[in-house]
Design a protein around this ligand. Structure first.
Ligand SMILES: [Zn+2]
Ligand SMILES: [Zn+2]
Length: 210
């Protein structure tokens, strides 16, 4: 499995390119900005991108969706509960003082337990609301991509529109139930593992108690 991480944009968002080494099929998670760098990385690996997964509808995760879609023809997938934020992402960026290109509508919705195939790789959608209403994680092949639900040492904010602390707590518990050696790739910051976060995350004690 090929996993390339690119830190993009002013909010230092992690965009991931995941590819099957044999078939060269690939998906991109959260192309937030700097489409040229993302496309260059895709070409360097000789990958054929078939899906763009949007973990949630914050603009720092979405700014390059239009360009990547145009360049690759890949379909954009997002959870239905996230559509209000998805459609507001451009305005939201403007409020923060940034500008992003028009974001095309998604090509389909992803739901809890949906399977995403990338060549011979198989990932499952985990519905993990809390940071936003329709946030998802993608789990499979010993790794989990957690968007802004879980970071190394922390969790996503719940004070944005649609955030919900009790849902985030539930989503956090769910992620902590994955095998401890699962590698965690977050929307911001460094790679970690579920086991490390169980021990070291600043929210573990509060979120895992009743
Ligand atoms: Zn976010
Ligand atoms: Zn973010």
């Amino acid at each position: 499995m090929i996993i390339r991480k690119l830190v993009v944009g002013p909010l230092q968002e992690n965009c991931y390119i995941i590819g099957d080494e044999k078939t060269k099929e690939a998906l991109i998670i959260d192309p937030g900005d700097e489409p040229d760098r993302i496309i260059e990385a895709v070409k360097k690996e000789g990958l054929n991108v078939t899906s763009i997964i949007c973990t949630h509808g914050h603009f720092d995760h979405m700014g390059a969706i239009g360009d990547i879609k145009r360049e690759t023809g890949a379909r954009v997938l997002v959870h239905k509960e996230e559509m209000e934020l998805y459609e507001a992402a451009k305005d939201q960026a403007a409020l923060w003082g940034y500008s992003v290109d028009d974001i095309p509508p998604p090509g389909g919705f992803i739901n809890e337990a949906d399977e995403i195939k990338v060549g011979s790789l198989l990932f499952k959608v985990l519905y993990t609301p809390g940071h936003s209403p329709g946030g998802i994680c993608l789990y499979g092949e010993g790794v989990v991509f957690t968007g802004d639900t879980l970071f190394h040492g922390s969790v996503g904010r719940t004070d944005f529109y649609g955030g919900n602390i009790s849902k985030l707590k539930e989503s956090f518990r769910r992620l902590m139930s994955l095998p401890e050696n699962t590698r965690v790739y977050s929307g911001h910051g460094d790679e970690t593992t579920i086991g490390t976060e169980k021990k070291e995350n600043a929210f573990t004690e509060e979120f895992m108690s009743n």
